[in-house]
Ligand binder design. Structure first.
Ligand code: SF4
Ligand code: SF4
Length: 379
């Protein structure tokens, strides 16, 4: 049984372009974002509309490979392919792009993207510490100045505080939605949970998104109270970690749920990593934003203890029986980190991990199905 409110999330994403049309006509900037490190509060406080642009489909990859090496992760190639073929309406609608120096492939791809549209690159440090906090605050301040110059609007502390409160409310609601899958009955499938978080990047008005989240939460809580579940009681509970997934790059989530498992949580950027951690609402808003965003535990950080800590929390809260660690082909940081994650989960929690490396194409789907089926049977 699927929550009826789920249709509204599809509607939100579909409506985005219609919603921004009058805003664009009135001079509102649309800012395309590629990564979870981009502070949306700043974009909104500048009166601009942020939109997520990460490439999640196979189709534009061939066009990207005319310029980029084939040996890059599909997410990078798909992002660039959409841009160079101008086939993503969200990219077309964007006036400006924001990138961060995360993995090597992505930061070098931004040099090409910057030839297509104005791109602001935030120089992300590779670890968390007092010196990095001070440095990243400078980068956040530089981003603020860039937005002020482009929008012609001063970003005030009051505007920032307002946007922080709205985004924190969205983060709290997403955590509550996740918590409805803690019990044995799981009212929301992993695939639908992915659509819920993804819709956040395609909503012109975050308050409207929060309102639909509240409706979803009410329906999920009612379902949970009546024991309604997406999956039968014997379905194996899976925690997904690793590279981000989304509509178009969701084959592994589909496979797990087709094979009788249920993804009870996704630790990746398209899941909990994208909404975990509130921005402190006391003190200087810019410092609070810088502090929260630098603590996103992406594998580009070294060391990346934050990812293990987040996995610990999710294991305790969501009680998975197994973990699937997804690496997109040629994503070196997640690939190298995978044995660290598997060792940690085995030693700290006695949990088995299945590490899968794949791309956006369908060629290996049946091979993956066999491995997922075998893993679920083993649990
Ligand atoms: S996995 Fe890392 S680089 Fe990719 S979107 Fe998330 S934070 Fe950004
Ligand atoms: S999946 Fe890996 S290689 Fe691809 S953009 Fe993200 S961090 Fe970079």
């Amino acid at each position: 049984m699927r929550p009826g409110v789920m249709d509204r999330f599809d509607g939100l994403a579909d409506r985005f372009l219609a919603d921004i049309e009058p805003l664009k006509a009135a001079g509102t900037l649309v800012v395309g974002l590629y990564c979870t490190y981009a502070p949306v509060e700043l974009v909104r406080a500048a009166g601009a509309v942020p939109v997520g642009l990460c490439g999640k489909k196979q189709e534009p990859i061939a066009a990207a490979e005319r310029t980029l090496p084939a040996s890059l992760c599909p997410l990078i190639k798909s992002s660039y392919g959409y841009a160079v073929t101008d086939t993503c309406p969200y990219f077309s609608a964007s006036d400006l792009l924001v990138g961060e120096t995360t993995c090597d492939g992505k930061k070098k791809m931004y040099e090409f993207l910057g030839r297509i549209k104005p791109l602001h690159l935030m120089q992300l440090p590779a670890m968390v510490g007092p010196a990095q906090d001070a440095y990243w605050l400078g980068e956040v301040r530089r981003f603020k100045e860039f937005l002020e110059e482009r929008s012609g609007r001063t970003i005030t502390d009051a505007a920032l505080a307002e946007e922080i409160a709205v985004q924190n409310e969205v983060r709290r609601l997403l955590h509550k939605v996740l918590a409805t899958s803690r019990a044995a009955a799981v009212p929301l499938s992993g695939l639908d949970a992915m659509l819920v978080t993804e819709a956040r990047s395609f909503t012109a008005d975050p308050n409207a998104y929060a309102a639909v989240l509240r409706e979803l939460l009410a329906e999920l809580e009612a379902m949970a109270a009546s024991g309604a579940s997406f999956a039968p009681a014997e379905a194996r509970r899976i925690l997904l970690t690793g590279c981000p997934v989304g509509r178009g790059s969701d084959k592994l989530v589909r496979l797990v749920e087709q094979c009788g498992g249920v993804v009870v949580a996704s630790e990746n950027c398209s899941g909990v990593k994208g909404f975990d951690g509130l921005v402190d609402e006391t003190g200087d808003p810019l410092e609070a934003i810088a502090r929260r965003y630098l603590r996103i535990p992406c594998s580009v950080m070294t060391p990346n203890a934050g990812r293990l800590a987040l996995l610990d929390e999710l294991v305790q809260a969501m009680r998975p029986q197994g973990v699937i660690d997804l690496t997109w082909q040629f994503c070196h940081t997640y690939n190298v980190e995978s044995p660290i994650v598997a060792d940690h989960l085995r030693h700290q929690h006695g949990l088995p991990t299945l590490h899968l490396e794949t791309n956006y194409a369908d060629a290996d789907t049946e091979q993956l199905r066999t491995r997922v089926e075998a893993f679920l049977e083993m649990l």
